[in-house]
Design a protein. Structure first.
Length: 290
């Protein structure tokens, strides 16, 4: 790792990052679910898992303890753990002075807003809020009634093309675009049974819900997707309840899920299934002035 000012250290070395910040990330697996999931995928599947450019990691240490961390897997946004104003400003200064590309930021709501302000003051970039989300933790599963006709089924190799297409549609629906290769995403999820369909009695898939691999005693339900013409029929609720029940049965301590706060229907649905709020998060994109 290289030494820098403002108590931050930057590195491209995943092992060094996890060796220093791993315990800190595992201390709050709910709040750090994305960092834990992404770094575990990089560790298991290689540093090009999310794109061709080298990921960058940062660690904030003060008084002999880790106080914060970040990662960025280009072309995706900066992902931050919780920071106060001083540390958000120092990180913005460090990244700006180093000429680091920062296309956006994702973090808990307060941290994201602090960094947006700090980055704007440092660089002149303006920010656009892409989405506001709420992180939920599963307390217990209640299956929505009445259940739609059909059943749940774990996706297999024969579903690869459909999964790839639905991944692309889902990414576009949340404003992300499919940065990852859709076929590679489908292969990864199939490899560990990470997608479950709800299919009609004739065997036609009509919705999907996925789970991330467990790490640090947690996993996250993602993505949940129903093609637009099939929405409003209970398919998403049925398949989410099934994957949530199966996730609890694995023995993990926490089953987590993000929802878009702009969608009151899905937020109400997940609470009826048994999810309870943990914290609010926000994602911003940066645009240069001019």
């Amino acid at each position: 790792m290289t030494s820098v000012t403002y108590d931050w250290r930057l590195t491209h070395d995943l092992d060094a990052f996890l060796g220093t910040a791993g315990d800190f990330l595992r201390s709050r697996p709910d709040r750090h679910t994305v960092a834990l999931t992404v770094t575990e995928a990089l560790r298991r599947r290689g540093m090009s898992q999310y794109g061709g450019s080298v990921p960058v990691f940062g660690i904030l240490e003060r008084d002999g303890a880790v106080r914060g961390a970040f990662f960025r897997t280009p072309p995706y946004r900066l992902n931050l753990t919780s920071l106060g104003e001083r540390d958000a400003r120092s990180l913005a200064a460090l990244l700006a002075d180093a000429g680091t590309e920062v296309p956006g930021v994702s973090a808990d709501k307060d941290t994201a807003e602090l960094f947006v302000e700090a980055w704007g003051l440092r660089t002149g970039a303006r920010a656009e809020r892409l989405r506001s989300e709420r992180l939920y933790r599963l307390a217990g599963v209640t299956v929505p009634e009445p259940a739609p006709p059909g059943r749940a089924r774990v996706a297999d190799a024969g579903d690869r093309d459909l999964l790839a297409r639905w991944y692309t549609e889902f990414a576009e629906s949340i404003g992300e675009g499919a940065h990852r290769d859709p076929g590679a995403w489908a292969d990864e999820r199939i490899s560990y049974g990470g997608i479950t369909f709800w299919e009609t009695p004739d065997g036609t898939p009509v919705a999907m819900a996925g789970v991330t691999p467990p790490v640090a005693g947690q996993l996250r339900v993602a993505p949940v997707y129903t093609p637009a013409p099939l929405r409003g029929r209970g398919y998403a609720g049925a398949v989410t309840a099934e994957v949530s029940r199966a996730a609890l049965a694995t023995g993990v301590r926490e089953v987590l899920l993000f929802t878009d706060l702009a969608n009151p229907t899905s937020n109400g649905l997940y609470q009826r299934i048994g999810y309870r709020p943990v914290s609010d998060f926000a994602t911003f994109d940066f645009m240069d002035e001019g």
